[in-house]
Every structure is written in structure tokens, then in C-alpha cells.
Design a protein around this ligand. Structure first.
Ligand code: 5GP
Ligand code: MN
Length: 348
């Protein structure tokens, strides 16, 4: 089974990655806090591959995987730092190679950041966020790729490892490609993505099942919470082309909120003609979590970095606001004023 793709990664870097894998026995794979489908999919795909060639490979995450992503093959083997701090520390100390996937800055590892910073093993970063910090010896950074999973697939092919991609690895990779593009509905202008999907289908993935598990599986509470948020808590700011949804702690508790329950909610206002970007503010214990989505050329990464201590991609970004939910809303109202310039110059 052959697949011909453009060689986008620098062969010097992919060769170095292959050499480092060759030389290592114990390998730690890590990804960002609050891991999403792309972070977990890429990490677990690489873990399965490395275990398959006889390596001791562990995925160590800053915190636990959400219930909604427990269907990804291998999730049970993940070592979350928040649950197994000592074991995580030991794995980082023993590692001869650390592979960081789907993040561009150490602070995305949260309280686990010192483990990566202090580790003496060589580090490889494979990521698609803009402007990676110099946190690894080998940095394979391609912000034009819609997901780290797609980038990892390309890197594996360039390394001549395509034959090692079995159904399990393919399912992990497909999950991240699908979740980072809203099932191939945004950031999806690369025709080769469909060659990759075809290849993964030949590896045996059940893409309809993966879609159902990733996008169409919700608890009753979750469904009710999302319906409540849209019906009662969505504000449409027509003159700014913006939408805002807020949920405070009391409301979240009323629906027995669990991590991941509001996944995808921020996208929904974009269905309304005239809404060009949408922000969701969720009150947490230490900060207000910010999620932002847009269509066209309205840069949510700039919105999140300027106003909400965050970043991300042009059409999907996030951040954290240290203050009350009320102040976060006021900050967003100010942001809409500075964002009118994008709405006015972009006539989509
Ligand atoms: P989500 O809204 O799904 O939590 O995040 C969407 C994207 O925004 C993520 O893939 C990530 O790139 C970025 N992002 C989310 N939260 C943060 C954050 O707190 N800091 C930064 N720098 N990026 C974030
Ligand atoms: Mn990603």
C-alpha cells in the first residue's frame, strides 16, 4: 500500500528524529494540558508505533483525558501527572527521548512544565501551532497543517514508517485529523488530506464509528446544558458580528458539568448568518476558561493573546482570564470594539 505525499518536513529533521528513536530505549511522549483529540490521537498513535517496534514508550499528560475521548485506543495506558506525579517524574528522568506533540510553549504543560524543562534527554517537538518556543532540540513545526496528527502521519511516511501504521495507529491519527478540523469542515484546504483519509481507511479505520464517538455521543446532562446555554445564555452582538456565551459555576453545577461537556458549544453560534466569531466563557475555580472560534480572516489567536492570556490558531483559539466572569465579559466587550476593523475589511 503506497501513498505519495509532498515531503513537507525537512529531511534533516526527520532523519534526526529517526536516529533519536533508534538510540532510545525509554521514550516519553507528552502533549498539552486538557488534551483534545489531536493531542491524544497523535500521542497514542506514536506510542503504539514505538511499542510495536520494541520500545518502552509512555504517554505522560499534564492531566486526565476527558471521558468523551476515552474511545481512542490506548487511553487507559496514559499516565496523567495529576494522578501519578511520582511515576510521571520517574518516566521523565529515565527517558532517553522525549517527544512533545501538539503544543508550542512549555506553559501548555501546566504544573508538569518543570519535568520537561529539567529533563536531560533529547527532545523532539512535532506541532502545528504558530511560533514554537525553543523547547526542543529538534522542532518540526508546520502551522499550515490542520492537525498534529496529519503532520505526524506525514513525518512517519517521510521516515519510511508508513507500513507500521495499523488499524489502531490509523484510528488515533484519524481522530485528531477529524477533531481539529470539525470533521473536515474548517482549516481543511489541503487536498492531500483526502489521500491520507483514503490511506487510513485502507488501514481499516471505521470512520463513521469514530465520528459518532467523537461528535455525536453526549450524556443527558450534557445535551441539556448545551441546550440551556444556547437558549438562555447566548448573546448575539449583531453590530460587531460577534456572539458570546457564558456559563457560571452555579449553572455548570446544576447540570452536573464534567470536563468536555461543553466541547463544540462555541462553534454553534457561527451557524447564524452574520455571526463571524464566537466566544464562550466558562467560569472555573481559578480562572475563566475562554474558547474562541471564527470564520474567514478574523484572528481568534490574536483575540486570545491580546485579551485572554492565550493563543491558538486563526479560527480556533483559547485562553484563560484571571478575574471574575463579569470582568471577562467586560473585557470581551472591549475586544469586540477593536475587532470591528477585521469585520469591516473582511466581507465574507
Ligand atoms: P479550545 O477552545 O478547544 O479549548 O481550544 C482551541 C485551540 O486554542 C487549542 O487547540 C489551542 O491551540 C488553543 N488554546 C486553547 N486554550 C489555550 C490556552 O489557554 N493558551 C493557549 N496559548 N492556547 C490555547
Ligand atoms: Mn492540534
Amino acid at each position: 500500500m503506497n501513498i505519495y505525499l509532498k515531503q513537507i518536513a525537512d529531511p534533516k529533521l526527520t532523519d534526526r528524529f529517526a536516529e533519536l528513536i533508534d538510540a532510545a530505549e525509554n521514550i516519553v511522549i507528552t502533549c498539552h494540558t486538557s488534551p483534545d483529540g489531536d493531542a491524544l490521537g497523535s500521542s497514542l498513535a506514536l506510542m503504539h508505533l514505538l511499542v510495536g517496534i520494541g520500545k518502552q514508550a509512555h504517554v505522560v499528560t499534564p492531566d486526565v483525558a476527558p471521558d468523551s475521548l476515552r474511545f481512542i485506543p490506548g487511553v487507559k495506558e496514559i499516565v496523567p501527572f495529576t494522578r501519578h506525579e511520582e511515576f510521571a517524574r520517574q518516566l521523565f528522568n529515565q527517558a532517553q527521548l522525549i517527544v512533545a506533540l501538539d503544543f508550542n510553549a512549555l506553559n501548555r504543560l501546566d504544573r508538569m512544565a518543570p519535568l520537561m524543562a529539567d529533563a536531560t534527554a533529547p527532545k523532539v517537538l512535532i506541532d502545528h501551532h504558530l511560533g514554537p518556543e525553543p523547547i526542543a532540540d529538534v522542532i518540526i513545526s508546520h502551522p499550515e497543517q490542520s492537525s498534529t496528527c496529519l503532520l505526524l502521519f506525514r513525518v512517519l511516511c517521510q521516515m519510511g514508517w508508513a507500513e507500521l501504521i495499523d488499524r489502531k495507529v490509523a484510528s488515533c491519527i484519524y481522530t485528531g485529523m477529524m477533531t481539529d478540523t470539525g470533521n473536515f469542515t474548517y482549516n481543511d484546504s489541503d487536498p492531500e488530506i483526502y489521500l491520507v483519509i483514503a490511506h487510513l481507511m485502507e488501514c481499516g479505520i471505521d470512520k463513521d464509528r469514530l465520528y459518532r464517538l467523537a461528535f455525536n455521543t453526549k450524556s443527558e446532562n450534557q445535551l441539556r446544558l448545551n441546550a440551556y446555554a444556547i437558549a438562555e445564555k447566548m448573546e448575539i452582538m449583531t453590530e460587531h458580528g460577534a456572539a458570546l456565551i457564558t456559563l457560571d459555576k452555579e449553572e455548570l453545577a446544576r447540570f452536573n458539568y464534567k470536563k468536555g461537556d461543553t466541547e463544540g458549544l462555541v462553534n454553534q453560534p457561527l451557524a447564524i448568518p452574520g455571526v463571524r466569531y464566537s466566544v464562550f466563557l466558562r467560569e472555573g475555580d481559578d480562572y475563566v476558561k475562554v474558547s474562541a472560534r471564527s470564520t474567514g480572516d478574523i484572528p481568534m489567536d490574536i483575540l486570545c493573546s491580546q485579551f485572554f492570556n492565550g493563543g491558538g490558531h486563526k479560527n480556533a483559539a483559547g485562553g484563560e482570564f484571571y478575574g471574575s466572569l463579569h470582568d471577562a465579559v467586560e473585557t470581551f466587550r472591549k475586544a469586540t470594539l477593536t475587532f470591528d476593523k477585521y469585520i469591516n475589511t473582511d466581507n465574507k
